[in-house]
Design a protein around this ligand. Structure first.
Ligand code: 5GP
Ligand code: MN
Length: 334
């Protein structure tokens, strides 16, 4: 029997299903997880969504999110749920390093494992793979999954809202990583009844004054432009985090502003978190692969034009290291 046939057979009777996504879940991680949960619940499966860390408040309007289990708040309950599961879905990530200690429980689990994701280089830990780095988002792949298994009749407006959320957050409202299929899918979801303006408004026009001030500070005082390397860097110090009481969601999207400068093709947002960890968000245009930069030099990964990682050096050291490697990826402009 084909893998799809095997999975369809498994899903033909009610099962215990755990749905897991990555730490610091974004709109695509959350949207795809909730969409799979709502879909499978309509098919009478028992489903639990597990998030390694809490979700940004901006997504609290999404259906079912309040029932999600959060590993940071209750690690034991999350591991028990993984043990309880007969099927585990892994959505929007492809390496167990992104779910930390749950990786041990997963390695011991006999559950049938389904991985749906659009990042590069999936690890071999699942039984069923739907991966495509050409997909705009995991939500696009969940929609493909629904159609290839013949579950279209279960698509509700709630599910459509979740899927649309993942598309617009991962593509920056249809700017990055698009393809013909994602536009067709958006049309289908709108036909189901998605109020796309209301979703865009709820997600992107939800800043607080404080968040705008943080962005203002980052752009006015912490931006360094290296035109000869077509590169811009924004740094935030631990002091900035304390002074502006910055929490994780507050800096979402800051990195993208750097690419608004004409001629800039590589953007780095490098921050010293309050506990001292150095995190990087990298974005690029065209052929520059930030996935390669993140995976080779900063213990991370992601997509060709959008990746993240961490550094063992301090903030200054990380920025120097980043500048040192630029010649490997960009030809100096004279
Ligand atoms: P962001 O910069 O917004 O945190 O992440 C950009 C992209 O890189 C996302 O697709 C995210 O999943 C991926 N990413 C961020 N941090 C890491 C990391 O530490 N490891 C890996 N493998 N991917 C990451
Ligand atoms: Mn994604």
């Amino acid at each position: 029997m084909s893998e799809t046939g095997q999975l369809k057979k498994l899903l033909s009777t009610p099962k215990n299903v755990a749905i897991l996504t990555h730490r610091n879940p974004d709109g695509d991680a959350i949207g795809s997880s909730l969409a799979v949960k709502l879909l499978l619940e309509q098919m009478h499966h028992r489903c639990r969504v597990i998030l390694p860390s809490d979700f940004p408040v901006v997504f609290e309007f999404l259906p079912g999110i309040k029932d999600a289990m959060i590993y940071d708040n209750d690690p034991e309950a999350c591991c028990k749920t993984l043990e309880w599961a007969e099927i585990i879905f892994f959505l929007d990530f492809n390496g167990l390093d992104r779910v930390e200690k749950m990786a041990l429980t997963i390695a011991d689990s006999k559950a049938y494992k389904v991985l749906i994701d659009h990042h590069l280089d999936p690890e071999p830990f699942a039984d069923y793979y739907l991966t495509d780095t050409g997909a705009s988002s995991t939500c696009e792949l969940v929609y493909r999954f629904v159609r290839s298994l013949g579950y279209q009749n279960y698509l509700s407006l709630e599910i459509a809202d979740c899927l649309f959320t993942g598309i617009i957050t991962d593509t920056g409202s249809f700017k990055y990583g698009t393809n013909p299929e994602v536009y067709r899918m958006a049309a289908d979801l709108k036909e189901i009844g998605v109020d796309d303006y209301a979703l865009q408004d709820a997600i992107f026009n939800s800043w607080t004054e404080r968040q705008l001030n943080i962005l203002g500070h980052a752009l006015r005082n912490r931006l360094e432009v290296l035109p000869e390397w077509k590169t811009g860097i924004i740094r935030l110090t631990k002091g900035d985090y304390l002074k502006y009481q910055i929490s994780r969601g507050d800096t979402e999207g800051v990195v993208n502003y750097i690419l608004m400068i004409k001629g800039i093709e590589l953007a780095a947002f490098i921050r010293e978190m309050p506990l001292g960890e150095i995190r990087l968000s990298l974005r690029s245009k065209g052929d520059i692969s930030v996935q390669e930069i993140a995976s080779k030099h900063f213990n991370g990964g992601g997509h060709k034009n959008a990746s993240g990682g961490t550094s063992d050096l301090d903030l200054q050291g990380t920025i120097e290291r980043f500048k040192q490697i630029l010649p490997l990826y960009i030809k100096q402009q004279l």
